[in-house]
Design a protein around this ligand. Structure first.
Ligand code: NAD
Length: 459
């Protein structure tokens, strides 16, 4: 075992045992310090993201730094309410008593994060875990090295390393970290690696949150405002060049409006990025060579109705629309995770239901329609992590909503108070006076059976 990893692991236990992280003023103090360091280094963070995959500065601010700062403000303003023990009603069986839920940290938390929102997806769970009083070891992605480096610098400046530390490295380092008995593991990444993480955690009965991906359907019926839908879908798909776990993966559009939607999306791409899309500074590049090659190979043999260009020099893939690729094509075998958008027409609701159910439970589902019955049926008939009606991706922007998947797309929801409760053990407590020690429950059980049957509805 890497001596540095074992040292960090051991020291975090010592630090946790001091009880410092259980003190609310201490948690607030370190989160405030983190906020200051992020504010100070905001330009450096944006530059690191640009260096990793030419992420446009506006997107870095909105979806990485300012997103995290807003979350920090929200936590700092509310943590003392969330951390209070919550009174609950007592039960007749233990009358008289005071009953409450007490929130306590799990202990040592391991966070493993991916490359696609490399700053936000590392810091956002980390601040939830710290707010709840845990120590944290963060392993950011090796595939966004500049952001990984700056994450380390920021965490080193903001925290005592015995409390929070960053361990950089790739798969071997992640596996080494996973061989330890953590008190909680929070993983964001692919479904494939999620299964590996879950297996490692099971060896120590460690609780886990898995934030995974999936093929997110985007359903457009013939009552929708097609021009608005086209703008919102194009934005949601091309943000971060499609490398977003919440991006619409494919469109299912009513055949009556399919042509109109395709034309509107083409027009919108040009409005957003100009005639020469490749020259636009507003579209990110594909972050890794493997992902680039995977996406490029998807375009072969498909009926491309718009885009399809690529450039090896900076891993550019043009926004690309594909008409009805086969189910067994590369485009449909897994989540796309790039600026490639398949579009299928449908005629009946049954077609939608059978189509969506082919791909497991997605992280998100979007429905564009003015018909409330259709909106309800789409959002109730299908199981998915979260979603939006008449928009894409925006549910992640509301800190009051839990963010997470279901089934194939993971489990456990976080952000805001949901993060606090996710990283807290809910200790059930009952406090009784010594008075009123009713003997019925003690052996020998004479009247107990009769009384229990009579009281069963109120116990
Ligand atoms: P990934 O699963 O390849 O890697 C994620 C992390 O796991 C990295 O830190 C990596 O070093 C580590 N890792 C890789 N292989 C490992 C192994 N064998 N054992 C242990 N650790 C290992 O994911 P990625 O390619 O970095 O990210 C893209 C994926 O993440 C997509 O599937 C996307 O949908 C998903 N994602 C999900 C969310 C969400 O919130 N649900 C957000 C962003 C990305």
């Amino acid at each position: 075992m890497d001596p540095q990893i074992s040292l960090t692991y051991a020291k975090q236990l010592d630090f946790f045992k001091t009880g410092m992280t259980k003190k609310l003023p201490y948690r607030k103090q370190v989160l405030k310090k983190l906020k200051k360091v992020i504010e100070k280094r905001e330009d450096d963070i944006c530059n690191a993201l640009y260096s990793d995959f030419k992420k446009p500065k506006f997107e870095s601010l909105v979806s990485e730094t300012q997103f995290v700062l807003a979350e920090l403000n929200h936590i700092l303003a509310n943590i003392h309410f969330w951390a209070r023990a919550k009174k609950v009603s007592g039960s007749l069986g233990s009358f008289p008593s005071k009953d409450w839920i007490q929130y306590e940290p799990f202990g040592r938390v391991l966070v493993i994060s991916p490359w696609n929102y490399p700053f936000m997806l590392a810091i956002s769970p980390l601040i939830g875990a710290v707010a709840a009083g845990n120590t944290v070891t963060l392993k950011p992605s090796e595939l966004s090295p500049a952001t990984s480096r700056i994450l380390k610098e920021i965490i080193d400046e903001a925290f005592d390393s015995n409390h929070v530390s960053v361990v950089e490295g790739g798969v071997e380092v992640a596996q080494e970290l996973l061989s330890n008995a953590w008190d909680y593991i929070f993983f964001t990444g692919s479904t494939r690696v999620g299964k590996i993480v879950y297996q490692s955690a099971a060896k120590h009965l460690t609780p886990v949150t898995l934030e995974l991906g999936g093929k997110n359907p985007c359903i457009v019926d013939d009552s929708a405002s097609i021009s608005v839908a086209a703008k919102r879908i194009t934005w949601g798909k091309l943000l971060n060049a499609g490398q977003t776990c919440l991006a619409p993966d494919y469109i299912l559009v009513h055949n009556q409006v399919k042509h109109q939607l395709v034309e509107e999306i083409k027009k919108t791409i040009q409005q957003f990025y100009g005639e020469d899309v490749e020259a636009s500074p507003h579209l990110a590049r594909i972050a890794t060579e493997n992902q680039y090659k995977r996406l490029k190979s998807m375009l072969k043999d498909e009926k491309v109705i718009w885009g399809g260009q690529f450039n090896d020099t900076d891993q550019y893939i043009a926004p690309t629309l594909i008409d009805s690729p086969a189910f067994d094509s590369k485009v449909m075998e897994d989540e796309i995770f790039g600026p490639v958008l398949p579009i299928y027409g449908y005629d009946s609701q049954e077609e939608i239901d059978s189509f969506v159910s082919k791909f497991g439970k997605p992280l998100a589902l979007y429905v564009f329609s003015k018909r409330s019955k259709f909106q309800k049926e789409m959002t109730r008939n299908h199981s998915f992590g979260g979603g939006a009606i008449n928009d894409c991706v925006m549910h992640i922007a509301n800190k009051h909503l839990p963010f997470g998947g279901i089934g194939n797309s993971g489990f456990g929801g976080y952000h805001g108070e949901h993060s606090f409760y996710l990283f807290s053990h809910k200790k059930a407590m009952v406090k009784r006076p010594f008075l009123f020690d009713i003997p019925v429950r003690y052996p020998p059980y004479r009247l107990a059976e009769t009384i229990v049957k009579k009281l069963k509805n109120i116990l």
